[in-house]
Design a protein around this ligand. Structure first.
Ligand code: CTP
Length: 396
């Protein structure tokens, strides 16, 4: 995603990571973005307005009561101008103020005049502060309102004896997140259905067969589509992820639930992305009470679950189909085979070693038209690359 010509308001909070915001400003400017900067009073104790003015070539907003600044570009003018507001570092104080709407400086006042879904927050604070219930609750509420987050990363903090989540993401990573957040709205009103997460196949009320899918890739695909204007239904197996704002989420447990949920929601859907790690087998019987152990070894009979994708591929009238293939060997060959066998338009193949539970992903996307593209990066960037390929094939 290119940031060329896009308008980014960079709001800098008062933390030691403020020095890294200079590098972020430089990366954005270098990539052709228009960048304006607002500094909180606390930020100005770490970095100077002059630094950002020199980097961006524009005046820097520092004082909400300055008549001169207000005339040049007051907080509302900045908010109206910005397509994206990136907050780096987003301190505990700034997160709290954004949550409660306390706008006593230029950065917070401009931010409050911008809808939260256009905020990209890069938190930075001591790991104990980050873990505090107050900060965590603020983050949850801001996410629910549609704000995006990048980081914090795990690593050495400014106080070098401390290591933990709280360190601000590196400027390059925040830059990539800015680019993702500025995705084009090229799926406006396109109805899409995404599945994510594992399924659980119950043996009895307390035991199940499943897999370690975190759901992150599928959630990123749903969020990327939403950001590009799509109307998204996300059918999700059991995962521990916050619900994405402005996405219809349907919770399921088993492969059969998932099959039913997909079937019930296909009306008007133009693209189905099956990122769920669906169990291929389930126990033949499900006991209604907890099964007692028997002496010695036991045998369990497994039966096949419906292959949802293959079922969709076999239909005469069908949406565009994007499947996933997690492979531990012969990645490309196996993925090509699945692409053909399940009659898919695109398949996203990854090595199981890269696939489960991580923030980043490395995939090979293959098209039935012969397309072949390798993509690597944060799951949201990978998701956008997949939608780019879908968009190219979707027609008007
Ligand atoms: N899938 C599905 N229904 C199933 C199993 C899988 O729709 N019962 C979908 C997955 O969501 C994924 C794709 O099919 O998009 C590939 O799944 P995978 O289990 O890797 O493929 P299989 O064809 O089952 O091959 P194998 O298990 O032999 O690798």
């Amino acid at each position: 995603m290119s940031v060329q010509g896009r308008r980014v308001l960079l709001c800098v909070g008062g933390g030691i990571a403020a020095y890294k915001a200079c590098e972020l400003a430089r990366l954005l400017v270098k990539a052709g973005a228009q960048v304006r900067v607002a500094l909180t009073p606390a930020a100005q104790r770490f970095v100077t307005p002059l630094t950002f003015q020199a980097l961006t070539g524009s005046p820097v907003a520092t004082d909400i009561f300055s008549a001169e600044q207000d005339l040049a570009a007051g907080h509302i003018a900045l908010a109206d101008w910005a397509e994206l507001a990136t907050v780096a570092p987003a301190t505990a104080n700034l997160l709290a103020r954004l949550r409660i709407g306390q706008s006593d400086d230029m950065a917070a006042a401009a931010l409050l005049a911008i809808e939260p879904r256009r905020w990209l927050l890069a938190p930075a604070m001591n790991e104990k502060m980050w873990a505090s219930p107050a900060v965590q609750e603020n983050v949850r509420v801001l996410k629910e309102r549609g704000a995006r987050f990048v980081g914090p990363a795990v690593g050495e903090m400014a106080e070098r004896s401390h290591v933990g989540p709280g360190r601000m993401s590196e400027p390059a990573e925040i830059f990539a997140a800015c680019a993702d957040a500025l995705a084009p709205r090229d799926l406006e009103n396109v109805k899409v259905l995404v599945t994510a997460g594992p399924t659980r196949e119950m043996l009895d009320p307390v035991r199940y067969l499943s897999n370690p899918s975190s759901g992150r890739m599928g959630y990123a695909i749903a969020e990327a589509a939403r950001d590009r204007g799509a109307r998204v239904t996300l059918i999700s197996g059991p995962v521990e992820l916050p619900r994405p704002a402005d996405v219809e989420v349907v919770d399921v447990v088993s492969a059969e639930d998932l099959a039913r949920a997909v079937d019930e929601r296909l009306d008007g859907v133009r693209v189905v992305v099956m990122a769920a790690a669906v169990a291929d087998q389930r126990p033949a019987t499900r006991a209604s009470r907890k099964v007692k152990k028997q002496p010695g070894d036991e045998t369990m009979t497994l039966v096949r679950t419906p292959d949802i994708l293959a079922g969709l591929g076999a239909r005469a009238q069908r949406p565009m189909l994007v499947g996933f293939a997690a492979e531990s060997e012969n990645l490309e060959e196996n993925a090509r085979d699945k692409l053909a066998r399940k009659k898919l338009d695109l398949i996203v193949a990854n090595d199981v070693a890269d696939a489960f539970g991580k923030e980043t992903n490395r995939v090979l996307v293959l098209g039935k038209d012969g397309a072949r593209r390798e993509v690597q990066g944060p799951k949201l960037s990978v998701a956008h690359a997949i939608w780019d390929m879908v968009r190219e094939r979707l027609g008007g």
